[in-house]
Design a protein around this ligand. Structure first.
Ligand code: LLX
Ligand code: CA
Ligand code: ZN
Length: 444
């Protein structure tokens, strides 16, 4: 059975008509992948398995999708590109720490939150370089105008902070890619459908109106604990951080009813020049660490909806812990982005045994209760839409800076030299309204 692109996308405003003469709306898609990524190991028993990206790639190739996109191995970035956001001390530490020398760095391991959830493993720094290179290289390609959509399934590590690893993430490629896009685009939209709050990205841009962050996540006794709808940005960034807190059992219909109106309103009010879409697959039904009940079609509906706005879009991976489901989801989303139908019967591939007993692409959802009542969802969505109502349409003043490698950086990355200002190298506590600021006052 051929699976038609059964995600219907209709919205009234903001969508450019880019239909070509054959009546299709195919976009030029680039795909970044480094075959080394699957060789990194977080350690026995750790739920994060970088092997997922290799399984995804194998499914993409065996579905023949590689024929329809430009495939790149990312050119490795240097430490300078990582310190556009992360502190020098932290990046130097990531560069030098190894399983063999870690016993000499007890204090630094604690300081940078490396060791437990975010373990030291062989090749850690190269791992960071590989996944970040795909996202930064992808953003650069969008800016060249060479592709309309760029995919990096190895990226989407949204929890890392300026000087701290968090939630299995060491460096936040999402922030680095957004900084790249800000060189050219006045406004960049970040959308996050991972089950966790995109706290690292939100915090980085909390005080700027040049980046809007929108996260849909489980909220309440769940990692990382942030992301109340009332947390909406601060200072110039007030109303530019959007949070949709959700409960267990979120299903396709509920997601559609929240995601579409919120994203439509954001597009109308904020009018971004480019979009970064984090597609964490831990929001799927049956995820080992998740508690939502989305089908792959429901998850992909968000992707298709974002695509329908025809903006330059960087598509990233994220969490996802049921190993057989993550590749299914991301391979299907690759097909959706390519406007290419794929069969529900999985093609033979190197990891075929993982996909038994059904060997099908799509998943059944569970009969778990949806704890998001229609009333809760409507009230939460209304609150969020009210915040968006206050967004000024399209701030547009150019910001010229001298920061290395950038011509434009958002206010959040300016060092405020006023006496009495908080120390920019000390991260404010969870749920605080302050933002991270760049380390180098002279650079901005
Ligand atoms: N949310 C998320 C997104 C990307 C990565 C990791 C996470 N973290 C979690 O899902 C999580 C789960 C339970 C407790 C704490 C955090 C990620 C993606 C690729 C490589 C490494 C990390
Ligand atoms: Ca999220
Ligand atoms: Zn997650």
């Amino acid at each position: 059975m051929s699976d038609a692109m059964d995600v219907e996308v209709a919205h009234t405003s903001s969508s450019n008509s880019l239909t070509n003469q054959t009546g299709s709306n195919k976009r030029r898609v680039a795909y970044f992948y480094d075959a080394e990524i699957g060789n990194y190991h977080y350690g026995q028993g750790h739920p994060m398995k970088p092997h997922r990206a290799r399984m995804t790639h194998n499914l993409v190739v065996n579905y023949g999708l590689y024929r329809k996109m430009d495939i790149f191995r990312p050119k490795l970035i240097s430490g300078d590109q990582i310190t556009r956001f992360h502190s020098d001390d932290y990046v130097n530490f990531l560069r030098l720490i190894t399983p063999d020398n870690m016993s000499d760095y007890g204090r630094q391991l604690l300081r940078f939150n490396v060791g437990e959830d975010c373990p030291v493993f062989d090749g850690l720094y190269e791992f960071v370089q590989i996944y970040s290179s795909g996202s930064i290289g992808g953003a650069a390609r969008l800016m060249q105008g060479a592709s309309d959509i760029v995919i990096n399934w190895a990226g989407g590590l949204h929890h890392a902070k300026k000087s701290e690893a968090s939630g299995f993430c060491y460096v936040t490629d999402c922030v680095l890619a957004i900084l790249e896009l800000l060189k050219m685009h006045q406004r960049v939209l970040y959308i996050d459908i991972d089950i966790h709050h995109g706290d690292g990205v939100e915090e980085a841009f909390y005080t700027t109106n040049r980046v809007m962050t929108a996260s849909f996540h489980k909220y309440g006794e769940y990692f990382p604990g942030t992301g109340d709808w009332k947390d909406k940005g601060y200072g110039a960034g007030e109303n530019y951080a959007i949070n949709c807190p959700l409960h267990d059992g979120m299903d396709d219909e509920s997601m559609k009813n929240v995601f579409r109106p919120v994203i439509s309103k954001i597009m109308e009010k904020f009018q971004p020049g480019a979009v970064v879409l984090q597609c964490g697959a831990d929001s799927l039904s049956g995820d080992r660490l998740g508690c939502f009940n989305l089908s792959i079609r429901g998850h992909a509906d968000c992707v298709a909806f974002v695509k329908s706005f025809n903006l330059p879009t960087l598509v990233l991976g994220g969490g996802g812990y049921t190993l057989r489901n993550v590749p299914r989801c991301w391979a299907y989303e690759t097909a959706v982005l390519l406007d290419t139908p794929v069969k529900d019967t999985l093609p033979f591939n190197d990891y075929f045994e993982y996909y038994g007993p059904d060997y099908r692409l799509h998943l059944p959802v569970s009969n778990m209760q949806n704890l998001n009542s229609p009333r809760y969802l409507e009230e939460m969505t209304t609150n969020v839409l009210q915040i968006l109502q206050q967004v000024e349409a399209a701030p547009s003043a150019a910001i010229l800076t001298g920061q290395d490698g950038t011509t434009q950086v958002p206010d959040a990355f300016k060092m405020d030299t006023d006496e009495g200002e908080p120390n920019p190298d000390v991260r404010p506590k969870k749920n605080s309204n302050a933002s991270i600021m760049a380390k180098d006052a002279g650079g901005v």
